[in-house]
Design a binder for this molecule. Structure first.
Ligand SMILES: C[S@@+](CC[C@H](N)C(=O)[O-])C[C@H]1O[C@@H](n2cnc3c(N)ncnc32)[C@H](O)[C@@H]1O
Length: 384
């Protein structure tokens, strides 16, 4: 069932009337994650070609198969001979990616499959319920938790596809030579949600703006994703050894804060259309902002990780034995098979090939590594 946006709108208006404006970041958090009312708390999240947006696992099972090729190499480097092999996926959505990775291991890496433990970390109870139902065929390998700390110390592989873009962001705009933070207020007649620019009070945000954004011109609006830093630090506090594989749409800092991107990257999605009507329909529109991978690199390194690589999705997937893996996924394909269209969406620049980027960081891995996914291209030097 789709949420009724009126419930969340009423709650927001009453809250704001009582306690004053809330930051756009808190508004976005409520719109996405408020229990029973937020976008991700609905019975079904509408991912796929008939839904609000499409992600790579929903485009083709080749995506999960190719990531499994990289995960296999991670495990070889970690040398867990005879021991449990752990994958932790954050924000597994509908569980399609987990299903494809597990299927690959079950079909082609039987010995490792027996030792594979797949942890799905999902903070929303509704999502955990649905995952449990949809991934029951791999019940024996799977553990679904609301926080990774439930599993104790972690050694293994962490993956997150389109997680960071779903974190609530601070929205800021520069006017008269000063950055202000955008808050959400109610209109004079108390019926509509409206924006209000206020002085930045949050110290971490103030520091960020002073360090990176002071050169931007008046009128410039953009976002800052400080939740990402918190997530990285939380992960670091429980992770002893392993690799973290992040896939998302985004840019280096230079590209993120380019002059022409003066309205930022924040978007709402509803039924494959871009919309900014989240003040009208809170809780039923997916809200997302692109990822600043320079921030990600810096914060991973500050948290004790080594940044191993960064490249567009096409290059990463292209390095993962793509021809053999396609044959494993689909058998021999006819030249005009419709399956090829979905494979092209993963790789071609008109699809996700260029917009989506892959970033890998390692922790506690003492040796030099030469990762398959970065064989074709490694732009880690661009993340300054
Ligand atoms: C855009 S969806 C992910 C899509 C999915 N990975 C895919 O590829 O189809 C974002 C998911 O991340 C979850 N999420 C948000 N914050 C999280 C966190 N801190 N830890 C784990 N999952 C989180 C949301 O509840 C939602 O299920």
């Amino acid at each position: 069932m789709v949420n009724d946006f009126k419930g969340l709108k009423r709650l927001l208006i009453e809250n704001i009337k009582e306690n004053g404006p809330i930051s756009f970041k808190d508004f976005m958090a409520l719109c996405l994650y408020e229990e029973n009312l937020g976008y991700y708390s609905q019975d079904e999240i509408r991912i796929g070609k008939d839904g609000d947006f499409v992600t790579a696992p929903h485009t083709s099972k080749l995506f999960g198969y190719l990531l499994a090729v990289q995960i296999r190499q991670f495990f070889e480097i970690l040398e867990n001979k005879g021991q449990e092999l752990s994958i932790a996926e954050f924000g597994a959505g509908t569980g399609v990616l987990a299903g494809d990775i597990l299927e690959y291991f079950k079909r082609f890496l039987k010995e490792q499959f027996e030792r594979l433990r797949y942890i799905m970390v999902e903070p929303l109870s509704k999502r955990r319920e649905v995952l449990k139902r949809d991934i029951s065929r791999f019940e024996e390998n799977i553990k679904i938790v609301d926080s990774i700390s439930e599993t104790g110390r972690f050694k293994g592989v962490v993956i997150a596809n389109e997680l960071f873009d779903a974190f609530p962001v601070h929205l800021i705009e520069k006017n008269e030579d000063e950055f202000f933070e955008i808050f959400v207020d109610v209109s004079g007649n108390e019926e509509r949600l409206v924006e209000k620019a206020l002085k930045i009070r949050d110290d971490a945000l103030k520091d960020y703006v002073e360090t990176y954004l002071s050169h931007l011109p008046n009128g410039y609006r953009t976002e800052v994703n400080l939740e990402m830093k918190k997530w990285i630090n939380d992960l670091s506090s429980i992770m002893d050894e392993g690799f973290c594989l992040i896939i998302d749409y985004g840019y280096s800092r230079e590209d993120y804060y380019a002059d022409f991107r003066n309205r930022g990257t924040l978007l709402g999605y509803s039924r494959q259309r871009v919309t900014e009507e989240y003040f009208e329909y809170p809780g039923i529109i997916d809200m997302t902002a692109h990822v600043n991978f320079s921030d990600a690199r810096l914060w991973f390194e500050q948290a004790g990780f080594v940044a191993e690589g960064f490249c567009p999705q096409w290059a990463f997937l292209g390095g993962l034995d793509i021809e053999q893996t396609m044959e494993k996924a689909f058998g021999r394909l006819e030249p005009f098979s419709p399956i090829l269209a979905s494979v092209k969406s993963l790789i071609f620049p008109q699809g996700m090939g260029e917009t989506h980027k892959v970033f890998v960081a390692s922790k506690g891995v003492e040796k030099e590594v030469d990762l398959k996914g970065f064989k074709m291209k490694n732009d880690i030097g661009r993340l300054t």
